[in-house]
Design a protein around this ligand. Structure first.
Ligand SMILES: Cc1ncc(COP(=O)(O)O)c(C=O)c1O
Length: 293
């Protein structure tokens, strides 16, 4: 049966129900102010990848916006497993969102005694493709016009949305964001650069999201003997890169083969990308067998 999103089962404030019946107030602060945080967790063979790391980042995001929530890691684990079990597909993308809830009036200041809104849904995703099935992406550099708390995974994504749309409208697949002459990340992913056999990625800061895929890529690359350097990447270095990649939970590792209409390296997905993708896929195979988390 083809997948029908409205027939999927979601979790909303303690209840499991069909997506089409899930409703929240128009006074919800997520809707009015973008006052909430979220996570996207990839699931392979019904097992969430790096669940502990996603929950730890969720905790950091909640603390970062001063939102107290009584759900602990075990509680989240149960809710997420329930949502996975209730939905189709061994491979899923679980989306969870917590907002500061619906107050009685629209006031900027935090409301008193309002329960947060907790929502979890899932949709099927494809398994990670093999290197031969991945088409390289094109990208354009754009000024990173977002705010200075990009380390928090908040639902206030208008900056990211505008940048992604500008890239698409101009005929590119992704935007590489540049703030004060240095690359930060991409509109919905982290950035890696290969230069002379070394792997480089910008260090974690308030100007980029600490990607869970980024960390896993760094981990598997180091385990296999690659030198990985976390350092600032000047915009001018991007045009001299041997390879550029972007990483995210739903896209895994994607090679950027053209930047600003110029070939990156040979203009084909690079050899290091191919190798590191195979290590990443091996890790996901271990997860599927229950031998990794
Ligand atoms: C702005 C931004 N940076 C990086 C990422 C990658 O993070 P992760 O690997 O945890 O999916 C995302 C993912 O949505 C993102 O939106």
């Amino acid at each position: 049966m083809p997948y029908n999103a409205s027939m999927s089962t979601v979790y909303l404030n303690g209840q499991m129900l069909p997506l089409s019946e899930a409703q929240i107030s128009v006074l919800d602060r997520g809707f009015l102010f973008g006052d909430g945080v979220y996570e996207v967790i990839p699931v392979y063979n019904r097992r969430p990848l790096r669940l502990a790391q996603h929950l730890s980042r969720l905790n950091d995001s909640l603390n970062g916006i001063h939102l107290d929530l009584s759900i602990d890691a075990a509680g989240w684990g149960e809710i997420i497993q329930k949502v996975i079990d209730a939905n189709q597909g061994d491979e899923q993308s679980v989306y969870l969102q917590v907002t500061r809830g619906a107050a009685e009036a629209r006031e900027h200041a935090f409301p008193n005694k309002v329960s947060p809104t907790v929502f979890v849904m899932s949709s099927p995703i494809a398994d990670i493709p093999a290197a031969d099935d991945i088409r390289g992406a094109s990208a354009v550099t754009l000024e990173d016009v977002r705010w200075s708390l990009c380390n928090l995974k908040t639902v206030a994504l208008l900056g990211n949305v505008l940048l992604k749309q500008e890239a698409l409208t101009r005929g590119y697949d992704e935007a590489v964001l540049v703030r004060d002459d240095y690359a930060t990340e991409c509109s919905a992913s982290n950035l890696f650069m290969v230069k002379e056999g070394r792997l480089l990625t910008p260090p974690k800061s308030r100007h980029l999201l600490p990607g869970i895929t980024r960390d896993l890529v760094v981990e598997v690359a180091r385990e296999h003997g690659f030198e990985v350097i976390e350092r600032d990447i000047h915009e001018a270095e991007l045009s001299e890169a041997d390879e550029l990649w972007f990483t995210s939970s739903t896209k895994a590792i994607v090679p950027i083969v053209a930047l600003n209409d110029r070939a990156v390296g040979s203009g084909e997905p690079g050899a290091l990308w191919r190798e590191v993708l195979s290590y990443y896929r091996d890790y996901v195979e271990k997860l599927k067998r229950g031998e990794a988390s």
